[in-house]
Structure formats: structure tokens, C-alpha cells
Design a protein around this ligand. Structure first.
Ligand SMILES: Cc1ncc(COP(=O)(O)O)c(C=O)c1O
Length: 377
């Protein structure tokens, strides 16, 4: 696990990284210690963080600009923002008492880990890191269930892993870093069963990249299954990673204690500009449609080109590609970084894997050009 980067290290890594040397790359799904702005100006193709490369909706951009004059105010004093939570709730088909806004869904995942310290956490391995990493840091036992050979969630094994001490089950669907999905019917059955014994958190960060019928949220289960919570974000299809808007959806019985330990009900943590952007972005489905389409085109290109190199990429349902590195000698991510491609690689259960975000078509072409020149396994 990478440790946070302090100022001295930051300077050291920045200068080394400029030379393409010595940059310590965090493992996949672990956002700690990453220098996100590193190298963008020096021609680096940044495929490290599953961002949406097409930028925010033009409607969001205009709304943010016109809100600049109101930024001396707290968001709860701005009339137009008072309806945001209701609008988001309406968009998701729930009531606003079921919504907790957080500055990014990573914040929500950390909050959830800290809110259930008594009892173990059952999750997949590998999975997105924030919730399990936070749980481990506060001393919670984390039971990690390996993915199947196809890199999908092993639902029967996860159900089996739940025991009398399990307080929470975390499942990321679509999955990061493996890019696979659990079909809605199977996921529903799993959530309902698991929720009889523990709180189930479904992380739907990448759900908007799915086509019908796979893009069915588990939010619909909450009313009859109060132990199920869903986490969502504006960082992916809405392209708002830098604006930090995330949320938790749950039954009021679970949301009330969660809210009361988190800035009370004032939603004090949310930025005026971020909420404004999210509010406008919700009204721009065309932006999401275009992002999704361009992502699909660039993803198909990347997947097919990796196949031509005999790389057995996992079929992706997301905005990133997950592929095995076989017996690649050395640190793949560091080697790619030396050639201006910033991605992640790691070792899981003794096997080397890489994760490359789907960038623009031009970025993917550059990535593939470098792969063609260097891939020798
Ligand atoms: C599965 C998953 N959940 C949550 C997050 C956190 O996103 P954010 O904090 O930007 O909302 C990410 C970020 O990559 C992710 O991959």
C-alpha cells in the first residue's frame, strides 16, 4: 500500500518524475499518494484515475461561471441550491430524506467505513480501496474474497464469508479495478440475502457507462431492504472529478445516524460551485450520452488493439481496461511512465495486472503505439 506523499517527497517525486524516473505509483483503486496533476503539461497521457477526458457539460460550465459572484455565501444561503438535493433525489427516484451529499463519493466510502467499526467487513479482492483501506486503518477486520478466474465477483463465496460478526458488505458494481459487472438479477439476489445479516454498500460509480438492461441501480431495493445503501458520484459520466460531488442513498433509518455524525443536516461540506455544476449537469443528458459513446469507441479500439498484441484484456463495462501482464519482468507502470503513459499495475494473488483508463481516441492511439513498441511478453 502506498503511503501519503508529504511536501518533501512531492518535490522529490516531481523532479524525478520530470525525468521519467523513480515515481512511486500507487496500486490500483488506491488514491492515496497519487500526484494527479503530475506531468499533464509535459505531454503525459494520464490513464491513471478513470476520469472522463471530455470535460464537464457546457451547461455546468455556464452555471458555475454565473455562480461565481455568490461564492462568499454558504450554500444553504443560496436560494437556487436549496432544491439541489430534491432534484438529485427526484433524478434517482427517492425522497430527499434518503440522500446524503458528500464532497466526492470517496468521502462517503470513508465515512461508511468509520460508521461501522464494530464487526468485520466482507468485500472482494481486488476492489476499490477507500472503504476497505479506511476500515483496516481503524482496526476493522476485512475479509477479502478473491474474484473468480474471469475477474468477476464471486457472490456465493462472498455470501459464505459473511459471519455473525459481519457489520458491512461492500460491493463495487461495475467493479474497479476489474471492469466486470454482476448482472442485475444476480446482484439483487445477493444484496437481499446479504442484507439479512449486515449492511450492504453497493458502489455504483461506473453505472452510467452501462447499457440497458445492465444499468439497473440497486437503489430500487432500499425501500423493502433497509440494510442496503448505494453510493454514487458525479466524477465519472458527469466528468466532475475535480469538483467533488458524491452521495449515499439509503433508508432513512440508516441515513439519520449517518447524517448526524456528518456535518449534521446542513450539508456544510458541499461547495457552492460544485453543487451548482452538479445541478446543471443533471439537466444535460446529451453530455452524458456523448461521453458514454466516445468512451465506448475508444474502449473498443483499445481492447481490440491489446488483443492483437495477445493481451487477454478483460471485457470492460467501464471507462478503464484491466489486463494481465503474464510474466512481464519489472514494474510495468513505471516502465510505461518513462514513455509518458501513466497507468497502474499491481500484483494480485501472485499475478501481475494493469489498469489503463479509457482516454480520448488520440490518447488511446498513443497508448497503443507505446504498447506496440515495448510489449515483448
Ligand atoms: C469504484 C469507485 N468508487 C468511488 C470512487 C471515488 O470517486 P469520487 O471520490 O471522485 O466520487 C472511485 C474513483 O475512482 C471509484 O473507482
Amino acid at each position: 500500500m502506498a503511503s501519503p506523499v508529504n511536501r518533501r517527497d512531492w518535490i522529490k517525486y516531481s523532479s524525478l518524475a520530470t525525468l521519467g524516473l523513480g515515481f512511486r505509483i500507487p496500486s490500483m483503486g488506491n488514491e492515496e499518494g497519487i500526484l494527479k496533476s503530475y506531468g499533464a503539461e509535459s505531454g503525459l497521457v494520464n490513464l491513471s484515475s478513470n476520469e472522463n477526458p471530455y470535460g464537464i457539460s457546457s451547461k455546468a460550465r455556464e452555471a458555475v461561471l454565473s455562480m461565481l459572484g455568490e461564492t462568499h455565501r454558504y450554500q444553504y444561503n443560496i436560494g437556487s441550491l436549496k432544491t439541489f438535493k430534491k432534484e438529485l433525489a427526484g433524478h434517482l427516484g427517492v425522497s430527499d430524506t434518503q440522500v446524503l451529499l458528500t464532497p466526492g463519493s470517496g468521502e462517503a466510502l470513508g465515512l461508511l467505513a468509520r460508521s461501522y467499526p464494530n464487526g468485520n467487513l466482507v468485500t472482494a479482492y481486488p476492489t476499490f480501496g477507500i472503504l476497505p483501506t479506511t476500515a483496516k486503518k481503524i482496526g476493522t477486520e476485512v475479509i477479502e474474497v478473491p474474484l473468480t478466474a474471469e475477474k468477476a465477483h464471486d457472490l456465493p463465496a462472498m455470501l459464505k464469508a459473511i459471519n455473525s460478526k459481519t457489520a458491512m458488505v461492500y460491493i463495487c458494481n461495475p467493479a474497479n479495478p476489474s471492469s466486470t459487472i454482476v448482472p442485475p438479477a444476480a446482484l439483487k439476489a445477493f444484496c437481499v440475502e446479504a442484507a439479512k445479516k449486515a449492511v450492504v454498500v453497493v458502489d455504483e460509480a461506473y453505472i452510467d457507462f452501462l447499457d440497458v438492461p445492465d444499468n439497473e441501480s440497486m437503489i430500487g431495493l432500499i425501500e423493502c431492504n433497509p440494510n442496503i445503501m448505494v453510493v454514487g458520484t458525479f466524477s465519472k459520466i458527469h466528468a466532475m472529478a475535480g469538483l467533488r460531488v458524491g452521495y449515499v442513498i439509503g433508508h432513512p433509518s440508516l441515513m439519520k445516524p449517518l447524517e448526524e455524525t456528518y456535518f449534521m443536516r446542513a450539508q456544510f461540506s458541499m461547495s457552492v460551485l460544485s453543487m451548482t455544476a452538479a445541478q446543471a449537469s443533471l439537466k444535460d443528458p446529451e453530455h452524458h450520452k456523448i461521453s458514454k459513446l466516445k468512451n465506448e469507441q475508444a474502449r473498443t479500439y483499445g481492447y481490440n488493439e491489446l488483443k492483437k498484441l495477445n493481451i487477454n484484456c478483460i471485457p470492460s463495462y467501464t471507462n478503464f481496461l484491466f489486463f494481465p501482464l503474464g510474466n512481464y519482468a519489472g514494474n510495468f507502470a513505471e516502465d510505461m511512465l518513462k514513455q509518458q503513459i501513466f497507468l497502474r499495475s499491481d500484483i494480485y494473488g501472485g499475478e501481475k495486472w494493469a489498469r489503463a483508463s479509457v482516454g480520448t481516441m488520440e490518447e488511446m492511439q498513443q497508448f497503443i503505439k507505446v504498447m506496440k513498441a515495448t510489449w515483448k511478453v
